[in-house]
Design a protein around this ligand. Structure first.
Ligand code: SAH
Length: 349
């Protein structure tokens, strides 16, 4: 495949857009117009930009790429209205995103990479390996396309779909800048969560950006030994290093960390696990989100039974640890990460 050398227009900040217009000998207000079409009016192509001269649109078309997604499949849950979208990118790759309606507003869960290289044992996104990073614009496009398709404003964004956001750090940061920009969709930093399997140096780097976003750590186990069985990344960074990085994030940003803990029957759901989790959580200002594991057919992990989940939660609560059980949304529509994309690819081949 020929490598695309043109720059991606939707990943420019407004300041960069202004520089580009200056270089083209265009008036500066054209930058604002273009930016608004892309990031506020959510135009899918230059054709929709009715107040711009054709000559400028043609020039931009020659100089820059313009990303846009095509919805290949939309599944709607009959249980709770959750919608799962499968999108095709310009190069034919597929990504999935989820739209959830909550009392406090609509939330979108986006992917940050095509596939994933982290290899977590219970996760479907990683089974076919990693293909490529998503561009900032391709992360935005998932939110923009869903806003257009649902006709409703998105107020919360979670970067918890396929991929490891900290493994695509520069693009993630640019995406966050554009998403929260007052000249764009202007989503509040406090309404954004980024979830990581625990790449310690990047967690520390993110802390130093001093953003007001929530950092979620996929913990899933309470000892290094147990964590290594579930998550290969645990061979690189120990729990001690991870907890230090979490404390540092709180120290730098004042934002409470979220721990995600997927309960796997007979693997990490015992009384001892709960006690170890309490010991880990107690020194930190954190919130624990218990997720009943979503079984994938390629692995034999099973959900903890209801009584084990309740007992686990109660034990944490008794010890004054802030804990919730994640409501399972869209159980009936290929709920777990990466399942929709994978089942679609399997049907094609
Ligand atoms: N790479 C990032 C974000 C994507 S995964 C991370 O690891 O955090 C989003 C969350 O879903 C993670 O907590 C992940 O461990 C969890 N997850 C993945 N597959 C799951 C499954 N089958 N059941 C329950 N949780 C799952």
């Amino acid at each position: 495949m020929i490598q695309e050398s043109r720059q991606d227009i939707k990943s420019f900040t407004l300041a960069e857009m202004k520089e580009q217009m200056q270089e083209l000998g265009e008036k500066s207000f054209r930058a604002k117009q273009l930016y608004e079409w892309m990031h506020v009016k959510l135009a899918r192509s230059y054709d929709e930009m009715t107040n711009l001269p054709n000559a400028l649109k043609e020039r931009c078309g020659e100089l820059f790429t313009y990303t846009s997604l095509e919805a290949v499949k939309i599944q709607e849950s009959k249980l709770d209205g959750t919608k799962k979208f499968l999108f095709r990118l310009a190069d034919g790759n597929l990504v999935e995103s989820v739209w959830m309606r909550y009392k406090h507003g609509n939330s979108v869960c986006i992917s940050s990479q095509v596939g994933c290289k982290m290899g977590c044992r219970f996760c479907a996104s990683t089974l076919d390996g990693w293909e490529r990073n998503l561009l900032p614009s391709e992360m935005l496009d998932q939110i923009y396309a869903i806003t257009r398709l649902t006709g409703e404003r998105v107020s919360n964004v979670v970067v918890m779909g396929t991929g490891e956001p900290m493994d695509n750090y520069e693009n993630l940061l640019r995406f966050l800048t554009l998403l929260t920009d007052e000249n764009g969709l202007h989503i509040s930093q406090r309404n954004i969560t980024v979830s990581t399997c625990g790449i310690v140096p990047k967690m520390r780097q993110l802390a130093e950006e001093k953003l007001q976003i929530t950092l979620a750590l996929s913990l899933h186990a309470t000892t290094d030994e147990k964590r290594r069985k579930l998550m290969p990344i645990a061979n690189r960074y120990s729990l001690d290093e991870l907890m230090e990085a979490c404390a540092y994030y709180f120290e730098q940003t004042g934002r409470r960390i979220t721990f995600e803990y997927s309960l796997v029957g007979g693997v990490n759901d015992t009384k001892e696990d709960a006690e170890e989790l309490i010991a880990l959580a107690r020194p930190l200002n954190c919130h624990i989100n218990l997720i009943p594991v979503n079984p994938i057919k390629e692995r034999d992990y099973v959900q903890s039974d209801k009584t084990a989940i309740e007992a686990f939660k109660n034990k944490l609560e008794k010890n004054r640890i802030n804990v919730t059980i994640r409501r399972e949304m869209g159980r009936d529509i290929d709920g777990a990460c990466g399942q929709l994309r994978r089942s679609h690819i399997a049907k094609q081949s």
